[in-house]
Design a binder for this molecule. Structure first.
Ligand code: ZN
Length: 139
């Protein structure tokens, strides 16, 4: 780990805040890494990535095509519709099975999400699948 931005060209940004040294011997230095992982900005991260992506993918290893089977394709969504009341805006969906079914807010959200008034948050896909089983839509 380093506290400094990992883009070796970071000083070439020549930003005012990167100036150090005394008169006659001034220089630009890297920014500290912050908010973007090991980089100071999205731009520096992008430059680093463009230079090192082949090394990274070799290190991680390539994977084959992935699939998400029909029985795992459940999700819950909050669908905004001004004609519908808040509580009627939740749906349990599995497009691969052709299912798009209205569910209650209590089914769509965790007790915490309801308590926090985060209308647009919903249960995760694993919980959506469990709900589908409960409702007899899946087994
Ligand atoms: Zn940088």
């Amino acid at each position: 780990m380093s506290e400094w931005c990992q883009n070796k060209k970071c000083p070439e940004k020549k930003n005012q805040n990167q100036i150090r040294g005394s008169k006659g011997a001034k220089y630009y230095q890297s920014n500290k890494a912050s908010g973007y992982g090991h980089w100071c900005s999205m731009g520096c991260r992008e430059e680093w990535w463009n230079e090192h992506k082949d090394t990274c993918i070799q290190a991680v290893g390539f994977i084959d095509k992935q699939i998400l089977p029909l029985e795992d394709a459940w999700y819950v969504a909050y669908r905004y519709d001004w004609r519908e009341e808040e509580r009627n805006r939740y749906v349990l969906i599995n497009k691969l099975k052709g299912i798009d079914q209205q569910i209650t807010k209590q089914q769509a959200q965790t007790p915490e999400q309801i308590a926090n008034n985060h209308s647009w948050y919903t249960i995760d896909d694993t919980q959506a699948k469990e709900l589908a089983i409960q409702l007899g839509l899946a087994n």
